[in-house]
Design a binder for this molecule. Structure first.
Ligand code: ATP
Length: 325
């Protein structure tokens, strides 16, 4: 099987050991995280071959990223950048199942990704290329890398998946709207929450709040795809998700779960969807797997550690993973 190809920044992740500000909490957990490797690990657990390209610093967290992601069965092609450090996220637990994340990534090794880091053949021979809206906002060279990879995928007829994944800390809203609109505009398969999709829709401005955007998902997806040529997946948190394809909207409810930590649910959801996409599954079947992956992810801590295997998904569905009606 040809692998899925993804690229982007993965950082060290320091999480407070208990609820409270890191100004006072003194025990912490050291891990790693980044949207694209979260998706890659999830895909690997689901049995899909996957390659990740990124840069890490010549430091302990960089070595940890390479070892852990590779240890999950992902084909890791990481450049070690001796001129910059691996980026860092600090996660403060603010309550039961809620957290605040602080990024220390400006000028990081991961943000220095360059088009030359993507060897000839990797894009061209991929089953699918998956990018997120985080990468083109990291730096000029990372934006050029995305443009180059998109161009190569299109030239080779390789399917392109984009998760809008808008991070307001990376760029002012109008810059993000332009850059992410350009990227998402090339995608065959697009993921986003209602507000993220509203942000990249033609004429989109600052993100609206979720409920206002959700009120008219039909109008939103038609604005994004007037020609009816792409597949748009709207992530709706606990409510599940909606897919627009061939002019038809398909809804699937979320599962009722005891939420421990929702971070990473979106990435697990995307991986679940892509795992079916590369096998040519129906929209309904892809959505069912994606919602189950997202829900399982909410029941355990960690951004990617709890990514389920097919057997774990079956067990979840068999033991009362009731869809919300
Ligand atoms: P994040 O960026 O925090 O990982 P996201 O905003 O990209 O998440 P969400 O819409 O929050 O994505 O979640 C993605 C999917 O995960 C949902 O479509 C749903 O299938 C599942 N999910 C999320 N939250 C819940 C929940 N509370 N209960 C059940 N399923 C959930």
């Amino acid at each position: 099987d040809s692998p899925v190809l993804t690229l982007g920044e993965t950082m060290g992740l320091i999480t407070g050991g208990r609820i409270g500000s890191l100004a006072h909490v003194s025990d912490a957990h050291v891990g790693i995280g980044g949207s694209e490797t979260n998706v890659a690990v999830s895909l690997s657990r689901l049995g899909v071959p996957v390659t990740w390209i990124g840069r890490v610093g010549d430091d302990s967290l960089g070595r940890r990223i390479v070892r852990e992601v590779r240890g999950e069965g992902v084909d890791v092609r990481a450049q070690v950048d001796v001129d910059a450090a691996t980026g860092l996220m600090l996660k403060e637990l603010t309550g039961q199942g809620t957290a605040r994340v602080y990024y220390y990534r400006a000028g990081s090794a991961g943000s220095r990704l360059a088009a030359a880091d993507v060897p000839a053949g990797l894009v061209e021979n991929a089953a699918l290329v998956h990018l997120t809206g985080i990468t083109p906002l990291l730096s000029d060279s990372a934006r050029e890398t995305c443009r180059s990879v998109v161009g190569r995928a299109r030239a080779a007829g390789v399917r392109l998946s984009v998760d809008v994944n808008y991070r307001s800390t990376l760029a002012p809203a109008h810059v993000a709207a332009e850059v992410l609109g350009e990227l998402a505009g090339q995608a065959d398969l697009m993921f986003g929450s209602p507000d993220e999709l509203a942000h990249v829709a033609p004429g989109g401005t600052a993100p609206t709040d979720d409920r206002a955007a959700a009120a008219d998902i039909g109008a939103l997806v038609r604005a994004l795809d007037p020609g009816g040529t792409r597949e748009i997946v709207v992530k709706r948190g606990a409510d599940g998700a909606t897919v627009y394809r061939d002019g038809v909207l398909v809804d699937a409810p979320g599962h009722r779960v005891d939420v421990v930590d929702t971070v990473g649910a979106g990435d697990a959801f995307v991986a679940g969807y892509l795992s079916g996409d590369v096998h040519g599954w129906s929209v309904e079947k892809k959505l069912a797997r994606a919602n189950a992956c997202g829900a399982v992810m909410c029941t355990m801590p960690g951004d990617w550690e709890a990514a389920p295997t097919p057997a774990e998904l079956d067990a979840f569905l068999a033991s009362g993973g009731d869809p919300v009606q």
